[in-house]
Write a protein that binds this ligand. Structure first.
Ligand SMILES: NC(=O)c1ccc[n+]([C@@H]2O[C@H](COP(=O)([O-])OP(=O)(O)OC[C@H]3O[C@@H](n4cnc5c(N)ncnc54)[C@H](OP(=O)(O)O)[C@@H]3O)[C@@H](O)[C@H]2O)c1
Length: 355
């Protein structure tokens, strides 16, 4: 396998840099790329890597930038603005496309472009980070063990501060509202509603429905038509969303409001520091059930979400180059649910006691 024949775009971001550090630690040698020359060059010199500079504005420059690579790992978000041009370039140049998005519209774009990707023999696999690898793999694991399930609940607790990119992507998704999937269709729900307690493998937490990427990916991976995705939030944050969520989804329709919110993020959001990255843990809970009352639950524990993202994205780079799947795929469909178990300190527990 030639794992150096791949390009990391968006290497200068918070998560991009974590991916570069981890790649170098693992002996991988990506070519790193981004749109700002000074920062890319500095980083390439620091890590001893080759580099390229191109923006995502002109399709011909993107094609020229990725030409000759077997795979592109895209880490420049919010992906609502950056994913589609890169997907088109990957299809045109015959390079596998992976990204670390969690944005629902990006999974929808990849689904739409899936048959073109299949025709050219490349894979489009968005969501190879914490969103959605652990949740997608656990949902697949439980659904496969309970055929005929009609409802799927996925909850996660990621105990670390968000990065600027994560906060900005959330701001970009806010106008689309809070979603759930019912009878195969995405439906809006009232922000801050539907909260409940969930027993994770370490402790019970209060969780609230949010629009997580699994509303798309788990539908594809499991075929279950009723899906709710939850995250753990303090009761204070839940109350805030209940009171201000409806007005926020309206106000965030306006790009000047989103721009101001993103400036606030630049000033105040820093992402998890080294200590948090080392000690942070992440927890996932999945439950499937049927109308007949049969249900099954499973739990997953793993490392801190950003560290997880770097490791799982690199694992998926290796897998996609080696296995060469084709068309749109979710991580669990492309590589199997047990992909997640190859991330250090990760384990699955289920309701019949398997591990
Ligand atoms: N799946 C997961 O669990 C997971 C985990 C971590 C991050 N993410 C996602 O990954 C994305 C990046 O997060 P981050 O924390 O690394 O953010 P960040 O620190 O803000 O970095 C963003 C990177 O993207 C680049 N970029 C942004 N817009 C661009 C554009 N239009 N064209 C070219 N480059 C562009 C930036 O380049 P400049 O410096 O030139 O602006 C920078 O390199 C976010 O969407 C985040 O939600 C997902």
């Amino acid at each position: 396998m030639n794992s150096s024949n791949w390009l990391l775009y968006g290497a200068t971001g918070f998560t991009g840099e974590l991916i570069v550090e981890e790649a170098v630690r693992q002996g991988m040698k990506p070519v790193i790329a981004g749109r700002s020359e000074a920062r890319i060059r500095e980083m390439a010199e620091k890590f001893g890597l080759e580099w390229k500079v191109f923006s995502l504005v002109d399709p011909q420059s993107i094609r020229a930038g990725i030409r000759g690579f077997a795979c592109v790992l895209h880490a420049a978000g919010p992906f609502i603005y950056t994913a589609e041009p890169m997907m088109h370039a990957c299809i045109d140049e015959g390079a596998h496309y992976l990204d670390i998005t969690g944005e629902i519209p990006v999974f929808q774009i990849a689904t739409r472009l899936g048959s073109r990707a299949e025709d050219t023999g490349i894979a489009l696999i968005p969501g190879v980070g914490f969103d959605v690898v652990p949740t997608d793999c656990l949902a697949r694991y439980v659904a496969d063990a309970s055929p005929g399930s009609e409802n799927l609940e996925i909850a996660f607790a990621a105990i670390s501060n968000p990065s600027q990119g994560t906060a900005k992507s959330a701001i970009e998704m806010m106008p689309r509202g809070f979603l759930t999937r019912r009878n195969g269709d995405l439906q809006r729900i009232s922000p801050g509603s539907g909260g409940k307690k969930v027993q994770f493998s370490d402790k019970e937490r209060f969780v609230l429905p949010v629009s997580w990427g699994d509303l798309e990916t788990a539908f594809y991976s499991t075929g279950i038509a009723n899906i709710t995705t939850y995250t753990s939030l303090s009761r204070g944050a839940s109350m805030f969303l209940r009171v201000f969520g409806p007005v926020m989804t309206l106000l965030f329709q306006f790009s000047p409001v989103r721009r101001s919110a993103k400036k606030f993020v630049d000033l105040f959001v820093r992402g998890p520091g080294a200590r948090e990255q080392k000690s942070g843990r992440s927890y996932v809970y999945v439950k499937v059930s049927s109308a007949a009352g049969k249900s099954r639950e499973a739990w997953l524990e793993t490392i801190e979400g950003y560290v997880f993202t770097a490791k799982s994205a690199l694992l998926c780079v290796k897998e996609v180059i080696e296995k060469s799947p084709k068309g749109f795929k979710t991580p669990s469909v492309a590589f199997g649910y047990d992909l997640v178990l190859r991330i250090p300190e990760t384990r699955i527990l289920d309701s019949i006691g398997n591990q």
